[in-house]
Design a binder for this molecule. Structure first.
Ligand SMILES: Nc1ncnc2c1ncn2[C@@H]1O[C@H](COP(=O)(O)OP(=O)(O)OP(=O)(O)O)[C@@H](O)[C@H]1O
Ligand SMILES: [Mg+2]
Length: 212
């Protein structure tokens, strides 16, 4: 962890590539917490506030000129700044658990490992703009082709980032795994090739162990 980042015990992120099962796992985690009467706020990135969701639309829209790497990076952090200030920090202050579908690790994986932005720049933005890290991060690790097959089954037109080549998503996967190796105390890496029920059960068991 960056030494000057605040880590909040009730702040949990769920990371992974396209179709790895993040949305599926986050629902199971929220349900497990609510069953125990715990307050839960579920959110996602990019997005989570009205303005951040508008930034998400800009980021995912394939119908404008190609975004530069730095446009993409800075829009991600602009959305994240709004999200932390307007939604995550107030929810944590109220005592709720915050379950976030993607957070700054996605910037290290997509803009860093995927697009070649220097980790030093991302670290600076993380420290100066975000200032907070989840205390627990689930990484759903899945073969790129298997993730693509799942999202294809779901249908719909691919967004701007989903249109990238497999080699890009392979770098993203390796970027996530490298993050997990460098911060083993924070990460819980789950083999996401198992059935949805098995992956959800493994995530809920890890959360229970974490809470104990
Ligand atoms: N373990 C699993 N095995 C098979 N199918 C799964 C599994 N987990 C989720 N799915 C299905 O695969 C699709 C993608 O799952 P999900 O939407 O949870 O992934 P995601 O990581 O949130 O994807 P995205 O990156 O597009 O947000 C969905 O149709 C979901 O029902
Ligand atoms: Mg999802």
């Amino acid at each position: 962890m960056n030494t000057d980042m605040t880590s909040h015990r009730r702040f949990i992120s769920i990371e992974g590539g396209e179709g790895a099962g993040k949305s599926t796992v986050i629902s199971a985690l929220a349900e497990a917490l609510r069953a125990r009467g715990e307050p839960v706020v579920q959110s996602r990135e990019p997005g989570g506030t009205a303005l951040a969701e508008k930034i998400r639309e800009l980021l995912l829209d394939p119908d404008h000129e190609p975004a530069t790497v730095h446009t993409e990076l800075l829009l991600m952090f602009a959305a994240r700044s709004q999200h932390v200030a307007q939604r995550i920090a107030p929810a944590l202050a109220s005592g709720a658990w915050v379950l976030c579908d993607r957070f700054t690790d996605s910037s290290y994986a997509y803009q860093g490992a995927g697009r070649g932005v220097s980790p030093t720049l991302i670290e600076t933005l993380e420290r100066e703009v975000v200032g907070i890290q989840p205390a627990l991060t689930f990484l759903l690790d899945l073969d790129v082709a298997a993730g693509r097959a799942r999202t294809r089954l779901r249908g719909g037109a691919p967004d701007r980032i989903e249109r990238e080549q497999d080699a890009f998503f392979q770098r993203v996967r390796e970027g996530f795994l490298a993050r997990a190796r460098s911060q083993p105390a924070r990460f819980c890496v789950l083999d996401a090739s198992r059935s949805a029920a098995e992956v959800a059960a493994a995530a809920v068991a890890a959360l229970e162990a974490y809470q104990a």
